[in-house]
Design a protein around this ligand. Structure first.
Ligand SMILES: [Zn+2]
Length: 105
């Protein structure tokens, strides 16, 4: 099974593209395509037709998926973009350890 180092709820820093340098919280991950949706990153406007829940229609802001390779995970301990080491915890689970401050998260 493919897996991403980044999980839902993590904070990441964007390293490439128009939002490079910005940070945001991961709202969704797609391990198959190695894509992420990050709060406030890669926002795009979309025109929506009037509907029952939105009778006016109009323009909404939403986030488009970005490539997982374009972000670095931010360590909740040292708050720096970091690589993580995977440490086996029991049979199937792994926990992640910050390569810089050794914090487990
Ligand atoms: Zn750290």
């Amino acid at each position: 099974m493919k897996s991403l180092q980044v999980r839902k709820g993590d904070t990441v820093e964007v390293t490439k593209g128009k939002d490079a340098g910005k940070r945001g919280k991961v709202l969704k991950t797609n391990p198959e395509e190695r894509k992420l949706i990050v709060e406030g990153i890669n926002r795009s406007k979309k025109h929506v037709r009037p509907s029952q829940s939105n009778p006016q229609g109009g323009v909404v802001d939403w986030e488009l998926p970005i490539d997982a390779s374009n972000v670095m995970l931010l360590c909740p301990g040292c708050e720096r973009p970091t690589r993580v080491k995977r440490v086996r915890k029991g049979r199937k689970s792994f926990s992640r350890v910050c390569a810089k401050c050794e914090r487990e998260f």
